[in-house]
Ligand binder design. Structure first.
Ligand SMILES: [Zn+2]
Length: 95
């Protein structure tokens, strides 16, 4: 079973934008109900000064992280809902 959404106070690994080196923001995640440490998390870079950021084109740096090979196997084809932009658009660019 899959649990959707970020878990409060969960120690998501810190990730940094490769373009501007700012910390990325975890915006959504899915976890395995059997083991919360198997998860997939989506990060966004919210830095508008980032060289990869383009509001007009609705592009910003984003990345998906899997906590383990097991998490990858379970979640690679499970999409994470994204509110900021359309999911289809995001996933066509950042997989
Ligand atoms: Zn950046």
């Amino acid at each position: 079973m899959i649990l959707g959404g970020l878990k409060k106070n969960f120690p998501y690994p810190e990730k940094f934008c490769p373009y501007c080196n700012k910390p990325l923001i975890a915006i959504n995640a899915i976890h395995s109900a059997e083991n919360l440490h198997n998860f997939k998390v989506l990060y966004f870079d919210n830095n508008i000064d980032c060289p990869a950021y383009d509001e007009g084109a609705r592009l910003a740096y984003a990345r998906i992280y899997y906590s383990s090979q097991e998490a990858y196997n379970a979640f690679y084809n499970v999409e994470i809902p994204v509110q900021r932009w359309s999911q289809e658009y995001l996933y066509s660019i950042y997989k």
